[in-house]
Write a protein that binds this ligand. Structure first.
Ligand code: NAP
Length: 232
C-alpha cells in the first residue's frame, strides 16, 4: 500500500509512535524512527521495521533541520512526539508552559515546515498530528497540555485548507487514555473514565494513522479514538 513512500514518525521509540512506525512499515513504507533520549528502544524499533533511528529534540529548529536533512525526502510525517507533565490549576510555571508548548506544539510547526517543500515539489504528502481528547474537553494533564493539543488542531486546519490542491492531506488524531508510559505515569488517568471500560491499545491508534496515510480524500479532520469518552 505504501511501497516507495518514506514515513517519518517523531517520538517513535515507544508508545503510539512505535506502533505507528510498525504499522506504516508493515504497509510497505520505509520508516524513520525519531527519538529524543531512549536510543536502545529506538534501535529496537528500527530493527523491527527495517527503518533507521535518528535522535533529535524536535522542539529545536536546528535539530529539526538536521533530522530532516538526514532523513531525506519525507512523504508521510507523523507529528507524535510529546510530553505530558501532570500539573493542575495553579501548578505550572512559565517555564513549564514554554517547555511543554515547545515540545508538543512548536515541534509540529517546525517539522511540518521542514518537510513541506519536498511534499509540495512532489505533489504528494500526508501530515498526521497526534492531538488529544484534552484539546476538546480539557483532559487530565494540565492547561498547558490542553492548549498545546488544541493548537495542533489549528495548525491542522490551516495547513489542510492551504495544501488541499497540492495532493497533501493534513489531519489530526485525538486519542484518550491509550496504555503507554504517558498514561500509566498519570494517576488521574483511570479506565473508569472510558465508557468502553478499558484503556486504548496503541495498535488502535496506529490503525487510524494508517487510514490517514493511505486515504487521499480525508483532510482537515480529527479522528477521535477515545473509547467513547464523549459519551461519559
Ligand atoms: P510516550 O509513551 O510518553 O512517548 C513519547 C515519545 O515522544 C517518546 O518516543 C519520546 O522519546 C518522544 N519525545 C518526547 N519529547 C521529545 C522531543 N523533545 N523530541 C523528540 N521526541 C520526543 O507517549 P504516548 O502516550 O505514546 O503519546 C504519543 C503522542 O500521543 C503524544 O503527543 C501524546 O500527547 C499523544 N496522546 C497520547 C495519549 C495517550 O493516552 N497515551 C492520549 C492523547 C494524546 P524518548 O523515548 O526518546 O524519550
Amino acid at each position: 500500500m505504501l511501497e516507495g513512500k518514506v514515513a517519518l514518525v517523531t517520538g517513535a521509540s515507544r508508545g503510539i509512535g512505535r506502533a505507528a512506525a510498525i504499522a506504516l512499515a508493515r504497509a510497505g513504507a520505509k520508516v524513520v524512527i525519531n527519538y529524543n533520549s531512549r536510543e536502545a528502544q529506538a534501535a529496537e524499533v528500527a530493527a523491527a521495521t527495517g527503518g533507521v533511528a535518528i535522535q533529535a529534540d524536535v522542539s529545536q529548529a536546528a535539530e529539526v533541520e538536521r533530522l530532516v536533512r538526514e532523513a531525506g525526502p519525507v512523504d508521510i510525517l507523523v507529528n507524535n512526539a510529546g510530553i505530558a507533565r501532570v500539573q493542575g490549576v495553579g501548578q505550572a510555571t512559565e517555564r513549564d508552559w514554554d517547555e511543554l508548548i515547545a515540545v508538543n506544539l512548536k515541534s509540529c510547526f517546525l517539522m511540518t515546515e521542514a518537510v513541506l517543500p519536498g511534499m509540495r515539489a512532489r505533489r504528494w504528502g500526508r501530515v498526521i498530528n497526534l492531538s488529544s481528547v484534552a484539546a476538546h474537553v480539557g483532559g487530565v494533564v494540565g492547561p498547558h497540555y490542553a492548549a498545546s493539543k488544541a493548537g495542533m488542531l489549528g495548525l491542522t486546519h490551516y495547513y489542510a485548507a492551504h495544501l488541499a490542491r497540492e495532493g497533501i492531506t493534513v489531519n489530526a488524531i485525538s486519542p484518550a487514555l491509550v496504555e503507554t508510559d504517558m498514561v500509566t505515569a498519570n494517576l488521574n488517568a483511570t479506565p473508569d473514565r472510558i465508557p468502553v471500560g478499558r484503556f486504548g491499545r496503541v495498535e488502535e491508534v496506529a490503525d487510524a494513522v494508517l487510514l490517514l496515510a493511505t486515504n487521499g480524500y480525508i483532510t482537515g479532520q480529527t479522528l477521535h479514538i477515545n473509547g467513547g469518552w464523549y459519551l461519559a
